[in-house]
Ligand binder design. Sequence first.
Ligand code: F6P
Length: 523
Amino acid sequence: MNRTRCDRTPAWSQLLAAFESTGRTFDVRSAFAADPARFEAFSQSAPHVFADLSKNRIDAETEALLLELAQQTGLVAHRDAMFAGEAINNTEQRAVMHWLLRTPPADPAMPAQSVHRQMAETLHEVHTTLGAMLAFAESVRADASITDIVNIGIGGSDLGPQMAVLALDEFVIPGKRFHFVSNVDGHELAAVLRKVKPASTLFLVASKTFTTIETMTNAHSARAWFESNGGTDIARHFAALTTNVAAANAFGISTTFGFWDWVGGRYSVWSAIGLPLAIAIGAQGFKEFLAGAHAMDTHFRTAPLAQNLPVRLGLLDVWYRNFHGFTSRSVAPYHSALKRYPAYLQQLEMESNGKRVDADGQALPFGTSPVVWGEPGTNGQHAYFQMLHQGTDVVPVEFVAVKTPKHSLPGHHALLLANALAQAQALMQGKADAGGHRHFTGNRPSTFLLLDELNPTSLGALIALQEHRVFVSGSVWGINSFDQWGVELGKVLAKDAEARLGSGDATGLDGSTAGLLARLRVS
Ligand code: F6P
C-alpha cells in the first residue's frame, strides 16, 4: 500500500495557492448570496446522519482540490487496507479492525479480501464472543437482585461505554444503576462504594491490557471492599472485559469476555468493553448500535469520495488545520444526554491524531490534531460562546441536533433546536450594524449534524462517522492514527514519583519537581 504524505503531493501546492487567492478571504455570506443551491451542494446524507456543511469556508473548487489531495495521498488504498485487515498500525504491527466487530455474520457487502478464510474465521469468533457477552448481558438484566453495575476502566475502557450509556438513557432498563469509575483518585471509587452493596453489585473490570495502573488499583480496592463487606461470590459479582484473559484469571476473575489486539482502546466500545451498554439497553439495542455503525462503515467504504461524509468532514478538518491555521474545533451537542460526547471525541481524535511524526517517524512540517472540546448546548452558550462569537481566534463549531425528542414536555425541544439554529446563524451572519463591543464579525464556520432521533442505531452511526473522519485526516497527514506512544512517558515517571513520595528521595530531580515533592510530603 502506497501512502504519500499530503505535503508531498501536487494538490497540496495547489491548495496553498487556492488558499492565498480565494481561501483566506472567503466569506460564507457572499457564497450563499452567489449560489442559491449552496445548501444542497454542501449537505450530505449518510446513514442515520444528515450533515449541513454549507456554513463552512469552502467552495466547490477547494473541495475538488481536497478530494484530489485525498486521491494523491492514497486515502482509498489506505482505507481498503484497513478493511482488508492489513497491519496498518505499523508501529505496533497490528491490524485495525474495530469495524469487524459490527459486521453482520454473513455480510454480502464485505470486500472480497475480507471473505478469505482467516477473516471469515475471525468474524466467526467475533460473533461467538458477542453472543456470549449478549447472553450474559441478558442474564444480568433478568436478575433483579443485581441493581448496580460498576464499570472500572479508564480511557477507551470508560469513555465509550459511559458516553453511550448516558446518551441512551431513555433506553436503559429501569431498576438498574450504572456507575463508571475511572480515576485513580480514591474519592471517585469511595463515592460509588458508599452507594452500593456487595450482594446487589456487579463490578466490570474493563481493561484491554489488564495492566493499567488506575484500573488495577481501583479493581483491587473494589475487591477488598467487596470481601470485607461480606461479599462472597467473586465469580458472580466480578467480570473482566479484556484481551488479557490470563491476567484477569490471575486476578481472581473467572467470568471474562475477551477481545483482540486489533481493537484499539478508543475504538473498543463495540467489543466486550461495550458490556455495560449491552446490559443497559439489552441485546437487541446493542445489535442496533452495531448495525448503525455498520451502515456507516458501508457508506465510508463504498460511497464515492465526493459524497462520502467521513471523507468530506476529514478533508474539511485538514483545510482548517493546515491552511486556515485553526487549532481547535468545538463540539456542541444540543442534547443533554450527549454530555460525555465531547470527552469521548477528545480521546478519539487527540489520542489518534495528536502526532508530530509521520508513519515513518519523520518530523512533520505541518499541524495535526486540533484541540477538540465542548459542552452540550445550550449550556455552552452561557459559558464560552462569547469567545466563539467575538474572540480573536476562529474556532469551527460542530453542532449535533436531534429532530424528535423522547420527552413530551411542551416547548422545550423547539427552544433547544431554535438555539442551535440561532447560534450557527449568528456565527455566520455576525452583526455589522453596531460598532465596537457590540460588533460581531461573522463568517465563523460551523457544521450541523442532524439525527432524526437519538437511539442505539443513530448513536452507532454517529460514532462510526467520527471514527472514520479521524481516519481520513490522519491518513492524509500520513500519520499512524492507531498508536499512542505519547502516553507512556508519564506512566513511567509516575512510578518513579510514587516511590519518591514514599522515600522522599529527590536525587536527580529538577528543582520544581523536588520542591513540590517536599511540600507534598509535609504532614
Ligand atoms: O494510556 C492510554 C490508554 O492506553 C488508552 O489508549 C486506553 O484506552 C487506556 O489507556 C486504557 O487502557 P486499558 O484498556 O488497557 O486499561
